[in-house]
Design a binder for this molecule. Structure first.
Ligand SMILES: O=C(O)CCC(=O)C(=O)O
Ligand SMILES: [Fe+2]
Length: 235
C-alpha cells in the first residue's frame, strides 16, 4: 500500500479540526486567514497517527545528529547561544510519518497557490529541539527582497505541554519604522499537534524561555527566485 497517498486522503478532511470552525473547505479558511490577518493557528490539523509517528522518529534520532542552529545567511552563518539555543535536524521523506506530513504540506502548498497565487515552489523543514533553558530571540525569518521564504510553519510535538513548561511562540505585529516596540499579538503554546502558519517577512517572533524539552517541526514554503539555493539559514 502507498502510505503517502492513503495518509493524505485521511488528512485532507481533518484539516481544520478547530473548535468553532465553520463548515466549508478548510483550505479556503486558511487562505482567508492568511489574506486578512497574515497568520493562522490550527489547534489540531493533523491526524494523531502522523504526529505520534513523527515524535517517535524525532526521539529515535541520536542527539549527536542534531546540529546547533545558526543565524544569518550562509556567508555569515554563526552560532550564538544568546540568540538561539535550539538544535536542528533537516527532514526528508525517508520516514513514513514524515513522508505523510510532507504530502500534507504539499496539498497545502498547492491549495494556497490556487487561492492566493503565491507561487510557492517548495517546502523545507527541520525538527527543532529546545532543551531546558534555551530560547530564540525576536527575529524575522525573511527580509524583504532578500529571501525566498514566504510562509513559515511550525508544528509542535511537545507531549503534555503545560503553561509552566514555557517555550511559547510570541508573535509580534509587523514593525513600523520609528514606532515603539509592540506587545505580542499572540502567544502560541507549543502544545502537541498545534500548528501556526505566518507570513515570513511580516511577523517578528520569538521563542520564550523553555523550561522543559520542547519538540517542534519548523518549515518554510519558498518561492523560486534568483537567490537560487542560497538558503537561510545555511543547511
Ligand atoms: O519553534 C517556534 O515556535 C519558532 C521557531 C522559529 O522561529 C524559527 O526556527 O525560525
Ligand atoms: Fe523564526
Amino acid at each position: 500500500m502507498n502510505t503517502t497517498v492513503s495518509a493524505l486522503a485521511e488528512v485532507r478532511p481533518a484539516y481544520l479540526r478547530r473548535p468553532g470552525a465553520r463548515d466549508g473547505d478548510p483550505l479556503d479558511q486558511v487562505a482567508t486567514a492568511l489574506r486578512s490577518d497574515g497568520y493562522i493557528v490550527l489547534p489540531a490539523p493533523l491526524p494523531p497517527a502522523v504526529l505520534g509517528g513523527m515524535l517517535r522518529h524525532f526521539r529515535s534520532i541520536d542527539r549527536e545528529r542534531f546540529k546547533r542552529a545558526g543565524i544569518g545567511r550562509e556567508e555569515e552563518h554563526q552560532l550564538n547561544r544568546f540568540v538561539r539555543g535550539d538544535e536542528i535536524f533537516w527532514l526528508d521523506s525517508a520516514n513514513p510519518a514524515v513522508a505523510a506530513y510532507l504530502s500534507w504540506m504539499e496539498a497545502l502548498r498547492l491549495g494556497l497557490n490556487r487561492r492566493l497565487f503565491l507561487g510557492l515552489f517548495d517546502y523545507e523543514c527541520h525538527y527543532a529541539y529546545y532543551d531546558r533553558g534555551t530560547f530564540y530571540r525576536k527575529h524575522l525569518d525573511a527580509f524583504k527582497g532578500n529571501t525566498n521564504r514566504v510562509l513559515s510553519t511550525v508544528l509542535y510535538l511537545t507531549p503534555n505541554w503545560q503553561p509552566r513548561d514555557g517555550g511559547e511562540l510570541a508573535i509580534y505585529p509587523p514593525e513600523v519604522d520609528g514606532a515603539p516596540p509592540a506587545e505580542p499579538l499572540l502567544k502560541v503554546a507549543p502544545r502537541f499537534g498545534q500548528m501556526v502558519i505566518f507570513l515570513s517577512e511580516e511577523f517578528p517572533h520569538e521563542v520564550l524561555m523553555v523550561n522543559r524539552p520542547r519538540y517542534s517541526v519548523t518549515g518554510w514554503f519558498r518561492v523560486n527566485n534568483s537567490l537560487g539555493d542560497s538558503i537561510d539559514p545555511a543547511k
